[in-house]
Design a protein around this ligand. Sequence first.
Ligand code: BGC
Length: 384
Amino acid sequence: MKKALFLPVVSLALLLAAAGCRKAEPPAPVPEAVKGQPTMNIQKAPFGRLPDGANVDIYTLVNARGLKARIMTYGAILVSLDLPDRTGAFADCVLGYDSLDGYLKTTPYFGAIVGRYGNRIAKGSFSLEGKTYVLAVNDGKNHLHGGVKGFDKVIWTAEPFEEANGVGLKLGYLSKDGEEGYPGNLNVTVVYLLTNDDELRIDYEATTDKATPVNLTSHSYFNFTGGSRDVLTHEITLAADRYTPVDAGLIPTGKLDPVAGTPMDFTTPVAIGSRIDRVAGGYDHNYVLTSGGGAMALAARAVEPGSGRVMEVLTDQPGIQFYTGNFLDGTIAGKGGRAYGKHWGFCLETQHFPDSPNQPSFPTTILRPGDTYRTRTTFKFSVK
Ligand code: BGC
């Protein structure tokens, strides 16, 4: 970690100056950090404790261009993400809290890794290999985002690492057989990598000892104004010409409907707010990616015209949940005490389709012993 060199170099220079040796010495090379160039690095700090006394750490990842991602071991949560605008001014572009307390009190999954199953499973139940499993129910009659205590509310192990083109954090969690009603011990690894090409890459891996549904995703609420207003002027493009319509409980009907000619159509860039009043409640839908999943492909693009910030989402998953913070209502005081009102953030959650364990026509989400669940999503940031 180059940063560690910085202090000794400066102290040495000061010592030499104090000893009057300055004239005799050739000028010391200016460390990168002094020239105003950030140095790629990763640092760990304590972030608080859970009510049971367990320690939570936060890791700060900085790339060579100064982009900064902070990730904590509770929920593997992306706590902040500092991105430059077109003038080079940095701002934190994800919603959340300044301290651990907020995340412990109430959170609509701000920045979390969601699992064992992202989104809903109807009536918290599914059948697999002749057996019916009953899951924790936490959203009306349904199971949402892994249940009462999903992967967003547990402590993950963490190992920081550096590679040639970025810094990363490898997080691990063992979800025990029967947790929230799911079968099998599921060994999960999530690796965040912040590259010097301004990408935040997330690699998910899992293995099991009994067949189980698995659908992991990242639940960041983006706001490329830096969180200063709602996201209605952000322009979104989705590489999807169909979506999965839902019933009143947000459970897919099983159909795949075309987006053409409806307010659901984001095949060309459209401001979130331009047709949102024609979508009951706002956008909260799974889009069927045209790529079909399996190989990395561009799934979505978001542009914030004021700041020029751009995000591209690439994934090997077959779906993406486009959620426009419809349930934010101003009662949450987030970072800096700001009230997060309706549509203050949007999520682009790469995933398998909601309720797949009960929908035989959807691509399967069942992981079996001996197989490895492995998927990747990359968020690529730039300006225009
Ligand atoms: C779901 C929403 C839910 C939100 C926060 C999204 O992934 O689709 O229905 O309210 O997460 O819990």
